[in-house]
Design a protein around this ligand. Structure first.
Ligand SMILES: [Zn+2]
Length: 251
C-alpha cells in the first residue's frame, strides 16, 4: 500500500492588530494561526503546497477559516502572513532527493571506471598453469623456481603465470591461489623468487617492472617502480600504469 496525501502543521501564530470580531464586535481580539500544508508519502514531507489560516477571537472564542475572513481581516492577514515561516522539513523529501542526485553524480564522476582495469582483468585471464619455454620463457623459468621452492601446503601445481613486455615496461603476473595460507611475512618470498628471475633476464634490462602476485581472488603482493604492497588491501590500480596513462574521460 502506498500512502500519500497532504498534511499540515502549525507554522505560526500572531495577533492581528486593528482587527474587529464580526461576532462579538470586540477590537484587537483576532489571533491567526497559520498552517503550512505539505505533500507527504508515508508521512515523510516531500514538498510544501500552500498555507491555510484560521482566526480565533480571543474574546468570544469563535474561530473562522480563511475563506470566512472579512475583507478587512483578509487584508490584515496578508500583511502579516510573512511572520509564519515554513520549517525546512516541509521540503525534506525534495531536499533528500536533491542530495541523492548530487551524491550519485559525484560518485559517478569520481568512480568512473578506469578502462585499464579491463586490460588487467583480460591479462589475468590469460594466466596459465603450464607456461612453456616457447610460449612464455620467463613465466616458465619463474614456475621452475616456484616448483622447487614453494611448499606443498600452497600447491605450486595450481599456480598460474603470465609475463608481458610492452615498450619499456614489463608485467609479471603470478597467481598463488592459497597465498593467504602463507603468513604475511613469508609472502614476500614469492616476490623474491620472481625477482631472482627478472633480475637476470636480458629481456628485462632497463625495463620498469610491474609485478602482481594474486591470491585466490585479489592482488596481494604488488611491486611497481613507485609502489610496493603486501596486503589484502593492496591497490591493484597501481598495476594499471603498465598499460600507460589513464585515457581522458569521454564525458
Ligand atoms: Zn469575538
Amino acid at each position: 500500500m502506498i500512502y500519500f496525501g497532504t498534511r499540515a502543521s502549525n507554522i505560526g501564530n500572531f495577533d492581528i492588530p486593528n482587527s474587529k470580531c464580526s461576532y462579538c464586535e470586540q477590537s484587537n481580539t483576532q489571533r491567526v494561526s497559520v498552517f503550512g500544508k505539505y505533500a507527504h508519502i508515508f508521512w515523510i514531507p516531500i514538498f510544501p503546497i500552500g498555507k491555510k489560516a484560521v482566526a480565533e477571537c480571543m474574546h468570544c472564542k469563535r474561530t473562522i477559516e480563511q475563506k470566512e475572513f472579512d475583507p478587512e481581516l483578509k487584508k490584515l492577514y496578508k500583511e502579516n502572513k510573512g511572520k509564519a515561516k515554513r520549517p525546512f522539513w516541509h521540503w525534506l523529501g525534495l531536499g533528500l532527493f536533491g542530495l541523492l542526485v548530487a551524491f550519485t553524480t559525484i560518485v559517478g564522476i569520481t568512480s568512473e571506471k578506469d578502462p585499464r582495469s579491463d586490460l588487467l582483468t583480460a591479462d589475468e585471464e590469460l594466466m596459465i598453469t603450464n607456461p612453456t619455454m616457447e610460449s612464455d620463457s620467463i613465466s616458465y623459468k619463474i614456475k621452475q623456481l616456484f616448483d622447487n621452492f614453494a611448499t606443498e601446503e600452497i600447491d605450486p601445481s595450481e599456480f598460474k603465470y603470465l609475463t608481458k613486455i610492452s615498450g619499456d615496461k614489463a608485467l609479471i603476473l603470478v597467481q598463488i591461489p592459497k597465498l593467504r595460507k602463507v603468513e604475511k611475512e613469508g609472502r614476500t618470498q614469492a616476490l623474491d623468487i620472481v625477482k631472482m628471475i627478472t633480475d637476470n633476464q636480458q629481456a628485462f634490462e632497463g625495463k620498469d617492472l610491474y609485478i602482481g602476485i594474486k591470491g585466490f581472488i585479489s592482488m596481494i603482493l604488488i611491486k611497481t617502480p613507485t609502489y610496493e604492497a603486501n596486503s589484502r588491501l593492496a591497490s591493484t590500480s597501481e598495476l594499471y600504469e603498465f598499460y600507460g596513462q589513464k585515457p581522458e574521460s569521454q564525458k
